[in-house]
Design a binder for this molecule. Structure first.
Ligand code: 7RM
Length: 648
C-alpha cells in the first residue's frame, strides 16, 4: 500500500493581523471567523441563502441545494443574470459613476470605464451578438489579449445566456482548434493582435489557421487592437467596431436558471486531452461574490488589481466576476511585468494608487531575481493587502513580498483553489486569521477539506496525504463538458462521494493547510515519499537561487533519484562548487534524504501561461528522454530546447 507523504521543513514564523486592519475588517477576529465558519458547516443552507440574498435574483430560488453525489444543483428554481449583477445592480446609486474598470495597455494607453459606461458597452455588444445570431446556450470562444473588450465579450455572453470559453491569447492555433471542436463553438471573438513584450501576437492569424477545413464556427468577430494587417473572410468575419454601428444600447438581461451554464474553461491536467471545466450561473456568482468580499475585504475606495490574464480562471473569478459583482474598481494590465523595464508593476501601483494586489508566486520569484532596485524606485504606500495564487508560495518569497512590496504592513492572503473549484477554498481572512509564510491556512466558509491516506482516513498532524473536499460548495464545477464519465472518474472515484483535488497536503497542529505539490509529482526517494514544494522552498531560501523545480528520475538503487533544476538570481555564477553548496544547503534545511542527486542549472524553467512549473516535462528531460507529453499550455517553447541541450 502507498505510504503517506513525509514532511521535513519547519516554518515557525507567525503573523497576526494588525489591530488597525482588523478593526475595519468585515471579519475582525479569529473568534468571528470560527463562529461564522461553524455556522457555514452546520447550517450551510442558512449561510449561503443569507449571502445569496445580497445579489439580484429575477426569481427567488426554492431550494438552496440539491445534492446527489457527484451532481450538485444550487439555488434550485432561482433565476438571475450574472451581467445584471455585475453591472445593472450598481447603477441606481453613487456607484453609477465610479470606475468599474481601469485598463492599461502594454504600449501605455490608459482607459477607464465607469459602471455606467461598462454597462452601456456590454449592452451594445450583447446586441451585436444577437445580430450575429448567437443565442442562449451557444458556445462562444473568446481568444483575446487582456483588454477591456475581453471582459465586455464575457459579460455580453452572460447577458444573453451564451456560454463563453476563453482561450489564452498565448495558445496556438492547434489549441484553439481542439477547444472549438470539443465544445462545438459556433462563434469566435478575437482581435487582430495583442501586445506581449513589445511584439504583436497574431491572434486573428491563429484563428484563421484554427478554422481551416471543417469547423462548427460560423462567425468571427474581430476587435481592432494592434492595427496589424489581417485577412477578413467574407461571410464569416466581421469587425467589432463596424457591428456596433448597427445596434442600440438597450438590452435587457435574460433571466437564466441558476444552473444555466455560464462558461467552460479548459484546463490541461498533467496528461491526456484538456478538460472543459463547466461552471454555472447562480452558484458560481455567489461563490465569486462572497470570496472576493471576505478574502480581499473590499472597500468602496479600493483600487484592486489582480494581475491574472482573463484566460486563466483567476482572471474570470478575480479580475471580472468577483470584483464587479462587489461594485469594486478592478484594474487590468495587458502586458508583461518586465516591459519596457522590470518595474512595470510598481509603476502601475504608484500611478493608480492600487490598494490590493493579487499575483502569483512565479511573478514574485521573478521580481526577486530582477533585484530590489526596481521596487525601491516607486512609492507603494497605497497598498494595504497582498494576495498570492497559483502555486505554493515559498516562505522566502513570502517574506520578500511581505517586506519589500507590503512594507511590512500588509497582510498576505495565500489563496488555494483550482479551475474546478471556481473560487478560493483555503485562505486566510486578512483581519482574522494569523498567517504563516507558505501556508494557505484555513478553509473558507462552507468549505470542508481534509488530508487523507489511501483509505480515506484523515492523517495525523504533519503527516502528508491527499487533499479532498467532503461536501459540495456553490461554485464547484458541474462537470467536464461532454464527458460526465471522466468527471466522475477524475474527481469522485478515488474517494466515493468526496471530491479529490489531485493535490498533496498536510495540516499542522493548528489545523493549517500546507500544500506540498501535485500528487502526480510526489517523489519517492529510497522509500521516502516527498512533496516537491519543500525541496524547492529549501533551494529558493539560498541567497543565489531564484527558482527551483524538483523531479524524480528512475534510479536502480533508490527507486527514484532526485534531480533539481535551478535558475540563479542575476549576477550569480553557475559553478560546480555552487552545485555542491546547494546539495549541502538542502541537506541542512531538510535532511540527508532530500539531498539532490543532481543539480542542473537552467536559464529558465518550462511554465504554463499562469506560471506553474511543468514538472512532467522536466521529468522526461531528467530521465534523458525526449519530451512527449502535451505541450500546448507551455508559455515559451524555447525554454525546452535550452533545457534538453547539455550544459557546460
Ligand atoms: C487558481 C488556480 C490549480 C492548482 C492547484 C494547486 C495549485 C493554486 C495554490 C496552489 C499551493 C496555493 N487554478 N495552487 N493555488 N498551490 N498554494 N495558494 O491556480 O486550476 O490553474 O491550478 O494550482 O496545485 O491544484 S488552476
Amino acid at each position: 500500500m502507498e505510504q503517506n507523504i513525509e514532511s521535513h521543513l519547519k516554518e515557525n514564523r507567525l503573523f497576526k493581523p494588525a489591530r488597525a486592519f482588523a478593526k475595519k475588517a468585515r471579519i475582525g477576529s479569529f473568534e468571528e471567523y470560527r463562529k461564522l465558519y461553524r455556522e457555514s458547516i452546520e447550517k450551510p443552507e442558512r449561510f449561503w441563502a443569507r449571502e445569496a440574498k445580497e445579489l439580484a435574483w429575477q426569481l427567488p430560488w426554492k431550494k438552496v441545494l440539491e445534492w446527489k453525489a457527484p451532481d450538485a444543483k444550487w439555488f434550485v428554481g432561482g433565476k438571475l443574470n450574472v451581467s445584471e449583477n455585475c453591472l445593472d445592480r450598481h447603477l441606481d446609486g453613487p456607484r453609477r459613476n465610479k470606475a468599474a474598470l481601469i485598463w492599461e495597455g502594454e504600449p501605455g494607453e490608459k482607459r477607464i470605464f465607469t459602471y455606467q459606461q461598462l454597462h452601456r458597452d456590454v449592452c451594445r455588444f450583447a446586441n451585436v451578438l444577437k445580430r450575429n445570431k448567437i443565442k442562449k446556450g451557444d458556445r462562444v470562444i473568446i481568444y483575446m489579449p487582456n483588454v477591456p473588450e475581453a471582459a465586455i465579450a464575457m459579460l455580453a455572453c452572460a447577458r444573453i445566456g451564451a456560454i463563453h470559453s476563453v482561450v489564452f491569447g498565448g495558445f496556438s492555433a492547434e489549441s484553439i482548434r481542439g477547444r472549438i471542436a470539443d465544445c462545438g463553438a459556433t462563434a469566435v471573438i478575437t482581435a487582430d493582435g495583442g501586445y506581449r513584450r513589445g511584439t504583436i501576437v497574431p491572434l486573428k492569424q491563429n484563428v484563421d489557421a484554427a478554422l481551416a477545413g471543417k469547423t462548427t464556427v460560423k462567425r468571427v468577430i474581430v476587435f481592432r487592437r494592434a492595427g496589424n494587417e489581417i485577412h477578413i473572410e467574407e461571410g464569416r468575419d466581421v469587425w467589432w467596431h463596424r457591428e456596433l454601428e448597427y445596434v442600440g444600447a438597450k438590452c435587457d438581461p435574460v433571466a437564466l436558471e441558476s444552473e444555466h451554464p455560464l462558461y467552460i474553461l479548459y484546463t490541461s491536467g498533467s496528461t491526456g486531452k484538456p478538460k472543459g471545466i463547466l461552471h454555472t450561473t447562480g452558484g458560481y456568482l455567489v461563490g465569486s461574490y462572497v470570496t472576493t468580499k471576505y478574502v480581499f475585504d473590499l472597500r468602496e475606495e479600493d483600487v484592486y488589481w489582480c494581475t491574472a490574464d482573463v484566460g486563466w480562471v483567476t482572471g474570470h473569478s478575480y479580475v471580472i466576476y468577483g470584483p464587479l459583482a462587489n461594485g469594486a474598481t478592478t484594474l487590468m494590465y495587458e502586458g508583461a511585468p518586465n516591459w519596457p523595464e522590470p518595474d512595470r508593476f510598481w509603476r502601475i501601483i504608484e500611478e493608480y494608487a492600487v490598494s490590493i494586489l493579487y499575483t502569483a508566486p512565479t511573478a514574485i520569484r521573478a521580481f526577486i531575481t530582477w533585484g530590489d532596485q526596481w521596487v525601491k524606485k516607486h512609492d507603494l504606500s497605497s497598498l494595504r493587502l497582498l494576495g498570492s495564487v497559483g502555486e505554493p508560495i515559498n516562505p522566502e518569497a513570502w517574506m520578500w513580498y511581505h517586506d519589500k512590496i507590503g512594507g511590512g504592513r500588509c497582510p498576505i492572503v495565500d489563496t488555494w483553489w483550482q479551475t474546478e473549484t471556481g473560487v478560493i477554498m483555503i485562505t486566510p481572512l486578512p483581519g482574522a486569521i494569523p498567517t504563516k509564510p507558505g501556508s494557505a491556512t484555513l478553509p473558507f466558509f462552507g468549505v470542508d477539506p481534509a488530508v487523507v491516506d489511501a483509505k480515506g482516513n484523515e492523517v495525523p498532524p504533519n503527516v502528508g496525504g491527499k487533499l479532498i473536499v467532503r461536501r459540495p460548495w456553490p461554485s464547484m464545477l458541474r462537470g467536464i463538458y461532454g464527458d460526465q464519465a471522466r468527471y466522475r472518474k477524475q474527481y469522485w472515484s478515488e474517494y466515493p462521494g468526496r471530491y479529490f483535488t489531485g493535490d498533496g497536503a498536510r495540516r499542522d497542529k493548528d489545523g493549517y493547510f500546507w500544500i506540498v505539490g501535485r500528487i502526480d509529482d510526489v517523489l519517492n526517494v529510497a522509500g521516502h515519499r516527498l512533496g516537491t514544494s519543500e525541496i524547492e522552498s529549501a533551494l529558493v531560501s539560498h541567497a543565489k537561487v531564484g527558482e527551483a523545480a524538483a523531479v524524480g528520475r528512475p534510479d536502480e538503487l533508490k527507486g527514484q533519484g532526485l534531480v533539481v533544476f535551478v535558475t540563479l538570481k542575476a549576477g550569480a555564477k553557475p559553478t560546480p562548487r555552487l552545485k555542491e553548496e546547494l546539495r549541502a544547503h538542502v541537506g541542512k534545511q531538510i535532511g540527508a534524504i532530500a539531498k539532490p542527486d543532481e543539480v542542473r542549472f537552467a536559464e529558465a524553467l518550462p511554465k504554463t501561461r499562469s506560471g506553474k512549473i511543468m514538472r512532467r516535462l522536466l521529468k522526461e528531460i531528467a530521465a534523458g528522454k525526449a519530451v512527449t507529453g502535451d505541450t500546448t499550455t507551455l508559455e515559451d517553447f524555447s525554454v525546452l530546447a535550452k533545457l534538453a541541450s547539455p550544459e557546460e
